[in-house]
Design a protein around this ligand. Sequence first.
Ligand SMILES: Nc1ncnc2c1ncn2[C@@H]1O[C@H](COP(=O)(O)OP(=O)(O)OP(=O)(O)O)[C@@H](O)[C@H]1O
Ligand SMILES: [Mg+2]
Length: 443
Amino acid sequence: MARAMKVAIVDDEQDMRQSISQWLALSGFDTETYSSAEDALKSIGADWPGVVVSDIKMPGMDGMAFLKKLMSLDSGLPVIMITGHGDVPMAVEAMRVGAYDFLEKPFNPDRMTELAKRASQSRRMTLDNRALRRELADGSTIMKKLIGTSPAMERLREDILDLGQADGHVLIDGETGTGKTLVAHALHAVGPRAGKKFVVLSCAAFAEDMLATRLFGPMDEGGQIPLVEDARGGTLVLEDIEALSQPLQARLLTFINDQGTPAETRIVGICNDHEQGRTVEDALRPDLYYRLAALKITLPPLRARGEDILTLFTRLGEQFADEYGCDAPQVTAQEAAQLLQAPWPGNVRQLINVAERAVLQNRRGSGSIASLLMSENEEAGPTITTEGKPLKDYVESFEKMLIDNTMRRHKGSITAVMDELCLPRRTLNEKMAKYGLQRSDYL
Ligand SMILES: Nc1ncnc2c1ncn2[C@@H]1O[C@H](COP(=O)(O)OP(=O)(O)OP(=O)(O)O)[C@@H](O)[C@H]1O
Ligand SMILES: [Mg+2]
């Protein structure tokens, strides 16, 4: 979801304030006006989602003092200063203090719009990067992103925590969309390198020569640092590692062997096993394979995760419903069976897609989950997996989903859930224990 960027306009002259505000509002900005720096500072602080346009000459706190104050609150905040005509020394001083740019009065409104656009793009990038860095520095945030309570998922969580701490090189494999890249992030975030560099490169995205230079150098004309250097102290993720040529595999092995323990740069290799029958073990030279695969995580395909399909679908449905401001789709028993039986060749990524479309359908009040699944899998062949599951699995998955949803809706009130599902307390407790559902998660 693209957030609307704000522009705060700070000027003691009302006419000036209004005309800048109207002009920028016409260009699609969400504008706010303030008649003094003191007033503006009541609303603007670190991580403020927008850019500031301020006059320099103001009674009370002047533009320079305001700029200095803003820079101390958030040095990445773009501030555009408006200076008097010919006031070059002031403009230079403003830039030195950290202004994003300045406009000399009288200015061309188009130039103002253009500057505001560039400044908000830069702001958006700064904020996104900060959010990502915080996420990477805080393992618990990213672990919370991992949805699912199946035994496979619980094992995965433990593996991430163990291997994240162990801090050796890791190999991750699994079908497309199973969460390999997400797990690579999580490994970094829960380990001792959290907050250090996290660099990702796809080995399939570049031709051999280019890949060699990007990885090992020498530094190119654009001043691009070789990634093995760039990631020093942190994690280097090599996606599609199976695409590495033999000579590059040899260089990577040398690089790994030349490092001490603990390694300066942690390598996480990701392998996409899309080609049936060809494993990462076949694709990599054995010595490299064994260096990486000492710690290995294999992500199960979604169709093998049973009940997680329903948990993911309802949880993601709620998230999208929240985003679109409508109700989450209610899954009937028949739809649950269809979700559980679909082959999901695109795994979690495909499920996210289907959940989003189900929410949009729900908002329009048309369509069914069944028809979505049909259209999804048209090219992929059969809509039903050939891997049959016992009836017991369907029943249990559905039961778990119902209890999970009901607990969520009643924010963990056991009595309300007992009432709605007509279950005695003891049975409800037993079922929750059986399905690994904890009341504390819903409060
Ligand atoms: N257990 C999970 N809970 C919630 N979201 C998940 C889970 N696993 C994966 N996802 C989400 O599914 C999407 C696909 O995951 P990701 O990109 O990590 O898959 P991948 O295996 O790296 O795919 P590819 O092979 O195509 O690179 C992402 O949006 C990710 O956040
Ligand atoms: Mg990936």
